[in-house]
Design a protein around this ligand. Structure first.
Ligand SMILES: Nc1ncnc2c1ncn2[C@@H]1O[C@H](COP(=O)(O)OP(=O)(O)OP(=O)(O)O)[C@@H](O)[C@H]1O
Ligand SMILES: [Mg+2]
Length: 121
């Protein structure tokens, strides 16, 4: 896939094949295009060229919510006014996920702790 911002060729035809469950690290200097690559896969940027396939399905034209990808941002981006539980539960409460409260509770409250405290600033 490729991605250009104005006259800046941020991604010049990267080709990746990642297997299910495989652990892959993108390593490169600042501005190399690591974040842009992840944003293209997640659907937060639209590719100028190439195909993005997830499980064999071309997802180039699917919105992020339909791709079943997860994305952790580089910068600290928790909601400080929400508890740990509420930070974890928030994306799961999206209508697109149709997850009931019991299932959200199981996901967010396991591994001990009640999730009632707030993240430290
Ligand atoms: N929204 C944008 N608008 C214009 N240019 C952008 C945008 N996003 C990224 N770029 C440019 O695309 C190139 C790749 O940036 P990217 O953020 O993907 O790099 P990176 O490898 O993640 O860098 P870092 O290690 O600093 O996080 C850079 O030249 C950057 O300036
Ligand atoms: Mg980056």
């Amino acid at each position: 896939m490729s991605k250009t911002f104005g006259d800046n060729e941020a991604i010049k035809g990267i080709s990746l094949d990642i297997l299910d469950g495989e652990f892959v690290v993108l390593l490169g200097p600042t501005g190399a295009g690591k974040t842009t690559t992840l944003r293209l896969i997640a659907g937060l940027e639209k590719a100028d060229g190439g195909n993005i396939l997830i499980g064999g399905e071309r997802v180039n034209d699917l919105p992020p919510s339909a791709r079943d990808t997860a994305f952790v941002f580089q910068q600290y981006s928790l909601y400080p006014h929400l508890t740990v539980y509420e930070n974890l539960a928030f994306p799961l409460q999206s209508p697109a996920r149709k997850m009931d409260k019991a299932a959200i509770d199981r996901r967010c409250a396991r591994d001990g702790g009640d999730g009632a405290h707030r993240p430290q600033a």
